[in-house]
Write a protein of this length. Structure first.
Length: 465
């Protein structure tokens, strides 16, 4: 690998993780971002030279330039890199180069749950003393980190499928937790396109690799069927998991309590352990089972890691409690796909005798348009729905695809109070706060600025005192 790297938009959670990994390995790192942030500050503390604002002069003349799919062709630093003839790597290319040097690579994939599963895996290995290397798509709260570089055996990474770059990776063990239509601006033929990409991805697995597949999910079941009809490359083995099914690994006797969830894990019909987690929802049973099975297959001493599943409180922005005031609890969740929203709101059933309010910020016009009907059925187990303006994420508006039209149709289809609150998050919080009462639970849902809702509500409540 080259010794010097420049990241355009280094402040993203994924890009900053890669930058941190390189810094810990002794590489020289610079970068830029449009604003300062906690991620920028973290890499600065490790020695990165970071400029605020994108400017051609930020680019060193002797480096590899690292970009994400979000960087546009007219970015002045990207244009300068091309003028200088510098190597330009997508962030996935850098992760590929990093992984090449790692002895045992466990990759977590799927439409949902990648950040939680990769973060949980890194966490329990770290707490058990295995000292893993990892690059994940969120901050692991107890470790206060999204990346770590060591010289030990295990390397954990979240593998993003959103732009098709997942086909570049080659892991020893791959988890495929679920496959559903998403990122339809890229996957034009929906699930069929996603499956084609995953067929290529699985075919790149390392020799004698393992694919852990959740066959409760229809998309994954189709992927497994394809490889039963086409021999997997590199002598790969498919191993299945499910809840209560006749699969290699199975979760049974699930107990959903208010403060924890517990379940028995069976492997090939034999009881292995009773696992306790403090994460809510059936989706986190799948997530925890996937991680447990991946470690079991990787030769880990399970009695060392088992206790630490119960102390993992989840990743940042995954059903994360961000505040409480006057008996009102505020949660923040990254869910921005219908299935993710259903999973998050199913976990809200644990709030006994409390009024649950879902505040949904649609993320991207194209996603709202392509999954409009699916979003209509995503909101259950709540007492009230608030829809904010669409978070564009650099997209242009699409005629007829907006929050007002979406809210109006929700009102027609659901027997739940629905309303649209427009404006930025400060305005939304100002309109929402007077309607809240003690005992309410507010859950912000979305991948955009909705994450600021809790902070805005807390600030407004303190200002009233």
């Amino acid at each position: 690998m080259k010794k010097k790297y420049h990241f355009i938009a280094i402040g993203g959670v994924g890009m900053s993780g890669l930058a941190k990994f390189l810094l810990q390995k002794g590489f020289e790192v610079s970068g830029s971002d449009i604003s300062d942030s906690k991620y920028v500050q973290k890499v600065r503390k490790l020695g990165a030279k970071v400029s605020i604002g994108h400017d051609a002069k930020n680019v060193p003349e002797d480096c590899v330039v690292v970009v994400s799919t979000a960087i546009k062709e007219n970015n002045p630093e990207l244009q300068r890199a091309k003028e200088l003839g510098l190597p330009i790597w997508h962030r996935s290319d850098l992760l590929v180069e990093i992984a090449k040097n790692e002895e045992y690579f466990i990759g977590f994939s799927g439409t949902h749950g990648k950040t939680t599963t990769s973060g949980l895996c890194a966490y329990v290995l770290d707490k058990a003393g295995y000292k893993p290397s990892y690059v994940v798509g969120g901050i692991i709260p107890e470790l206060d980190s999204n990346a770590n570089a060591t010289n030990e055996k295990y390397f954990i990474a979240e593998l993003d499928e959103s732009d098709g770059t997942i086909v570049k990776y080659s892991a020893n063990l791959v988890v495929v937790n679920n496959l559903e239509p998403d990122h339809l601006d890229f996957y034009k033929n929906g699930l069929d396109s996603i499956l084609e990409t995953f067929e290529k991805f699985i075919s790149n697995i390392r020799p004698n690799g393992i694919v852990l597949a959740n066959t409760d999910n229809d998309g994954v079941k189709r992927l497994v069927k394809y490889f039963t009809e086409h021999e997997p490359a590199n002598n790969a083995t498919f191993i299945t998991y499910s809840i209560g099914g006749n699969t290699d690994y199975s979760a049974k006797n699930i107990n959903y309590a208010e403060d924890f969830t517990s379940f028995d894990i069976y492997y090939k019909g034999e009881l292995q352990t009773n696992l306790k987690i403090c994460l809510k929802g059936v989706h986190n049973v799948y997530n925890s089972l996937a991680v447990w099975a991946s470690l079991h297959q990787s030769g880990i001493e399970m009695e060392r890691v088992n206790p630490h599943f119960a102390t993992f409180i989840g990743m940042g922005r995954r059903f994360q409690k961000v505040g409480e005031f006057n008996g009102i609890s505020i949660y923040d969740d990254y869910a921005h796909h219908p299935t993710e929203i259903k999973a998050t709101l199913s976990a809200s059933k644990s709030f006994k005798d409390r009024n649950v309010i879902a505040v949904f910020q649609p993320h991207r016009y194209t996603r709202l348009q392509n999954l409009w009907n699916e979003f209509m059925t995503a909101f259950s187990n709540v007492d009230r729905i608030v829809v904010t303006d669409v978070y564009a994420a650099s997209e242009e508006p699409i005629e007829g695809v907006n929050s007002v039209a979406f809210t109006n149709e929700l009102k027609e289809k659901l027997d739940i109070p629905c309303e649209n609150l427009s404006g930025d998050m400060h305005e939304v919080a100002k309109k929402l706060l007077p309607t809240l009462k003690s005992g309410d639970v507010v859950i912000g849902l979305g991948a955009g600025s909705i994450t600021n809702l809790g902070k805005e509500l807390l600030n407004l409540s303190e200002a009233k005192v």
